[in-house]
Ligand binder design. Sequence first.
Ligand SMILES: Cc1ncc(COP(=O)(O)O)c(C=O)c1O
Length: 398
Amino acid sequence: MNKYLLFTPGPVNVAENVRRAICKDDICHRESDFDDLLQRVETKLLKLFEIKNSVDYRAVVITGSGTAANESMLSSVVGHKRILILSNGEFGDRLYNISKVHNKNTTVLQYSWGERFDLETIKAYLTTHEIDIVAMVHHETSSGMLNPLEKIGTLCKEHKAMFIVDCVSSAGAEVIDMEKCHIAFCSSSSSKAICSYPGLSFVVGKTNEFERLRDLPVKTAYLNLYAFYEFIKNFSQTPNTPAVHLFYALEQALDNILNKGIAHHYSVLQDKAKILRDGMSNLGLTFLMEEKDMCSVLTTVYLPTHIDTTLFRQKLREKSIIIYEGKGRFKNKVFQVGNIGELSFADIQFFLDSLENVLQSFGNGKVKIIPFTLGGGRKSMIVYVDGDTKSRELATAS
Ligand SMILES: Cc1ncc(COP(=O)(O)O)c(C=O)c1O
């Protein structure tokens, strides 16, 4: 029994067989046991991405969180070229900041957090500027917005720009058609919709684009994407010591998705998101964006203004429920509820019941001042009104 139900965008509650997988035999990462394991993990990652011709694409696995895969891409594929970052949230901003560290020709088209990308301004920018590479986040986790992969990919193709994408919180939950969306490289991590432990990330890319990295300047030694490619291609290994047992866990998590079917996995996530969203709407909560803009893993909800974030999260934590609070510009304005990992439909109902309970404990925020007389003086009582009929005294004032 887990201590907490992680209603977060990851790391997640893992399946029992994933938990057991990290206890497998100790193996040496320079022996054929690991070579085979890495080969199987790569094959399964390419299956998850529904790559039809697996010779045209490769997946390299990096020991490190999602940021390691992002930094590996951004430091290794740009060279001296010009890169444009599209950002509408915290994680788009992070791509920009990482790129600036490695690439002096970095620019950003900055949209408000939670705002849709405006395709016309992007098109105009690509028409009037020499841009070689465009990078963006697929699912902008800070707001929950799913950015339009195919539309931006098509613009990139029209303007002969390479397209690279952070799919850290969308891979394993949303269809990512690398070919149709003209994606050269995309990154993701083990601990979100793929439902394994944190600690591994990966980059899926076109084989010919991986080959081209050989001629580019090396900007980081440890996260050199070409080195990862060279090692997997030549030895089925990683350049440095990998977190061996996390590979077992990742393989098991991938098996869990592939055995049940990718489409089935996606549709269960959609069902869970729908039940959560309907349930929260019924409690009178409203969302940061329309449902059609959301990813199937996460819902970003306005925090009622009379509720204190810290206390709200604490009350849920006391019921073993962990949610996310808003980051950066969304701090104290929203909370986020994820529906990935081992969360059953019963857990979701438990969450909704607990949420109702916690919201009720704060009242509904409508305040009524009722004057009354006590002894000799005139006093008034502040009453927070719960629904239409129930009233609860919270304080008195003279
Ligand atoms: C879209 C996106 N990109 C990048 C990251 C960073 O990943 P990590 O914290 O695993 O390094 C996250 C983390 O939540 C994310 O959601």
